[in-house]
Ligand binder design. Structure first.
Ligand SMILES: [Mn+2]
Length: 345
């Protein structure tokens, strides 16, 4: 009996020391400011109420804003996306109740602010964005971008491809964004996926486009990406069903190698995301958006963006709230994120 107690006590000490170590490890990572320390409607308004720092140095992942909408073809206003997303992100808590993962237990994450684009010059802004992401790549940090219109994915991918080589992409959108030109211009928010193919920034057979719909100029609008090797999933093939099986196929298709998530909020139905510039009815649901992003876990995710939130068209903040949550879900797909099943840490 004494012997049993002695072993039990030493086990107790060992377990306690492990728990203390875990607790110290977690304490060494940035944590979102709790709603029990500061009211949710207060404080300085960083993404998820995380600490902010001027560069990505020392970070596993970062949130970064790109307040750019010079590439929009219809309603502008995505320049206000980063602020709106940060504002609505104040409700997000650190632990994912469905997937049971907790990114802030094992990753160092901060909000590194906005890229200072030149709002009087589209092409200069594209260069500024690329250089900013070059710096993030030099720090070995996975960027999660608060857009901004979809033009910004081109300079982001230029920087990421320099580090990772050609990437796979999970692209959620109402549109294929593969126009050759718009109004004669090669760089706009409806052209980046064609440019990425031309510049070999992506591996066409590791690209999946989900949610594409409604009207185009000709069948080539969706057939051109298919001819490159993209998998194009039109929204009609998503209606009335769970997308969990689709994402199993996507994981198989994309397999090994780096993958980026580019999420245009107009992939969702305007009922769920009215605050955007080029609305198309009949879109994905919020639940399907969660299924898609969560279905990326298991891939080698190296970053992502959430673009085209234009808050002025949505006075309830529905769109930005959803966008903030989807960015958090992207963070949860990072390979180094661990599950946590109790309150010990
Ligand atoms: Mn788009």
């Amino acid at each position: 009996m004494l012997k049993f107690q002695a072993i039990s006590f030493s086990n107790f000490l060992r377990v306690t020391s492990v728990l203390i170590k875990m607790s110290n490890d977690i304490d060494s990572y940035n944590q979102p400011l709790s709603g029990n320390e500061m009211p949710r409607f207060a404080a300085t308004g960083t993404m998820m109420r995380l600490p902010t720092q001027p560069t990505a140095k020392g970070l596993d992942a970062c949130f970064v804003g790109v307040p750019f909408d010079l590439g929009t073809s219809n309603r502008s206003g995505a320049r206000f996306g980063p602020r709106a997303i940060r504002n609505e992100s104040s409700m997000i808590r650190p632990y994912n109740m469905w997937t049971r993962v907790s990114p802030f237990d094992s990753l160092q994450i901060a909000d590194i602010g906005d890229v200072p684009i030149n709002t009087f010059n589209l092409l200069k802004s594209v260069d500024i964005i690329e250089k900013a992401y070059d710096q993030i790549m030099a720090c070995g940090t996975a960027p999660f971008t608060l857009g901004g219109d979809h033009t910004i994915v081109l300079p982001i991918m230029r920087a990421l491809a320099k580090k990772h080589g050609p990437l796979g992409i999970v692209h959620i959108d109402a549109h294929a964004d593969v126009n050759d030109t718009m109004f004669g211009e090669k760089i706009a928010h409806g052209t980046p996926f064609r440019r990425m193919v031309e510049e070999k920034l992506i591996q066409p057979n590791r690209v999946v486009q989900i949610g594409l719909r409604t009207t185009g100029y000709e069948s080539d609008d969706f057939d051109w990406p298919r001819a490159q090797g993209f998998r194009v999933v039109q929204v009609e093939d998503c209606w009335h069903k769970s997308l969990v099986p689709l994402m199993e196929e996507v994981r198989q298709q994309l397999g090994e190698g780096p993958v980026y998530i580019s999420f245009d909020i107009d992939g969702l139905d305007p009922a769920y995301a009215p605050g955007t510039g080029t609305l198309e009815p009949g879109g994905l649901t919020s639940a399907q958006a969660f299924e898609i992003v969560r279905g990326c876990r298991g891939l080698d995710i190296v970053g992502g963006d959430l673009v085209e939130v234009a808050p002025a068209y949505d006075h309830g903040g529905i769109t930005a709230t959803l966008a903030a949550n989807l960015l958090y879900e992207m963070l949860c797909t990072l390979p180094k994120v661990k599950e946590r099943h109790d309150n010990s840490g």
